[in-house]
Each structure stands twice: as structure tokens, then as C-alpha cells.
Design a binder for this molecule. Structure first.
Ligand SMILES: Cc1cc2nc3c(=O)[nH]c(=O)nc-3n(C[C@H](O)[C@H](O)[C@H](O)COP(=O)(O)O)c2cc1C
Length: 216
């Protein structure tokens, strides 16, 4: 009997750069890592604005088609207000959760212990269970309140980062920049990935399952 893989929780919220979350989802599913996905309403709005991607809530097949993934990809796509979903409970085992991009609204909710939707609740579960929670905030500039919220969330055990791709890997495209950020988040969860060229890594070609869809 094949061993069932522990799922990974992915939250996508309504900050600019939803492509980071979509690329993360595409990568995880392409390596057959089960994903429990929760997307905010604002994330759907940003997908429309940034990628002309119009999805109804919980349109899993539409999402898989957009990402050029098979219909039977190992995804559980939750309704945003379904507090009875698996990821709502700490007794449901997961590898942890990444929220990318993370809006400053979601950041504020998490830093203050609010659970107004399933993104918040799943993240709060990770914190209380001491599972890894990585948030990739996207905003510019940061106000004092957001900076304080980042400190609070970090003190609560989350790994707080920004969607700030590096340049030392000599990116040639927007896809390279996206993959840098996604690859560094995957690193936090020990997913062995070659999405970007690492510092001092030999100049081997980067092999990726697919490229991120951008406007290039
Ligand atoms: C096109 C677009 C881009 C946005 N970019 C950002 C952003 O970069 N960062 C951010 O915190 N909010 C951004 N917002 C605003 C959030 O979507 C809004 O604050 C929302 O309430 C976040 O809700 P959520 O955290 O439930 O996704 C953007 C909204 C739109 C429509």
C-alpha cells in the first residue's frame, strides 16, 4: 500500500502578486504533494485584475485548467467560510502552512488572533500547534501598524517574509523572480527544489516542472 503524504496548507490572499501563490500551488501539485487550498475573496478579485483569471469560489477545475494540471491533482479546495473544513482543526495533521501573497489585512488578523475566515483559522491552528507558518507579505511601504503586526506574528512563531525577490541569481524574466520567491518559501518547508539558482551553486541548468504564467 502506498503511503499517504501529509498535506500542505496553502493560503492565497488579496495582495498583489497572487501569481506567487498560484505558482506555489502549481509546483506542489506537480510533485504530487497534496495541498489544502484556501483563497480569500480578495485573492479572486486580484486574480481577475492581474491575470484576467475569473474564477468562482471553489472552482477547482477552472484553477487546475489555468495551471495546466491534471483534473485528478491532489488538491482539496476549501470554501473560505467553512470552519468545519479539515484544516480548521489541530487534530488534522499537516506539514504547516504558507500564505502567499499575504495581504496586510490578513497579517493584521493573524497578529491579533482573529479568525474571521478559514485562512485565518488554518493559520491560527498552525501557530497553536507549533507547526510552521510562513507568511509572505506584499505591501509598499509598510506603515507602523503593519511593522508591529509583523513583529507580533514573528514572536508568535511565524516566519514573516516579504515578496522581495533577489537579484544575485541573475534573473532573466519575471518568471525567474517569481520562482525565486516561491523556491525560498519551499525551502522553509524542506521541499528540495531547483526553482532558482542558489548562491555559489554550479551553473547547472534550472529544471522546473513548468514555468509560471506571466504577461511576458
Ligand atoms: C488589484 C489589487 C491589488 C491589491 N494589492 C494589495 C497589496 O499588495 N497588499 C495588500 O495588503 N492589499 C492589497 N490589496 C487590497 C486587499 O485586497 C484588501 O485589503 C483585502 O481586504 C484583503 O483581504 P484578504 O486579506 O482577505 O485577502 C489589493 C487589492 C486589489 C484589488
Amino acid at each position: 500500500m502506498s503511503e499517504k503524504k501529509t498535506p500542505f496548507v496553502l493560503g492565497i490572499t488579496g495582495a498583489s502578486g497572487v501569481i506567487y501563490g498560484l505558482r506555489m500551488l502549481q509546483y506542489l501539485l506537480s510533485i504530487e504533494q497534496p495541498v489544502e487550498l484556501v483563497m480569500s475573496k480578495a485573492a479572486l478579485r486580484v486574480m481577475k485584475e492581474e491575470h484576467d483569471l475569473v474564477l468562482a469560489e471553489n472552482d477547482t477545475q477552472g484553477l487546475l485548467r489555468y495551471l495546466e494540471l491534471p483534473e485528478n491533482a491532489p488538491i482539496k479546495h476549501h470554501y473560505l467560510m467553512d470552519y468545519g473544513a479539515s484544516v480548521s482543526s489541530g487534530s488534522y495533521k499537516t506539514l504547516g502552512m504558507a500564505i502567499l501573497p499575504c495581504s496586510i489585512g490578513t497579517l493584521g488578523a493573524l497578529a491579533n488572533g482573529l479568525t474571521e475566515n478559514l485562512v485565518h483559522r488554518a493559520a491560527a491552528v498552525c501557530l497553536k500547534e507549533r507547526r510552521k507558518l510562513v507568511v509572505v507579505v506584499r505591501e509598499m511601504p509598510f506603515g507602523h501598524i503593519q511593522l508591529k503586526n509583523m513583529v507580533a506574528l514573528s514572536e508568535a512563531g511565524a516566519i514573516v517574509s516579504c515578496a522581495s525577490p533577489g537579484f544575485y541569481h541573475r534573473p532573466e524574466s519575471v518568471s525567474d523572480q517569481i520562482d525565486f520567491v516561491v523556491g525560498r518559501v519551499l525551502d522553509q518547508f524542506d521541499f528540495d527544489n531547483a526553482l532558482f539558482k542558489r548562491w555559489k551553486q554550479d551553473a547547472a541548468p534550472i529544471v522546473t516542472p513548468q514555468r509560471a504564467k506571466t504577461h511576458e
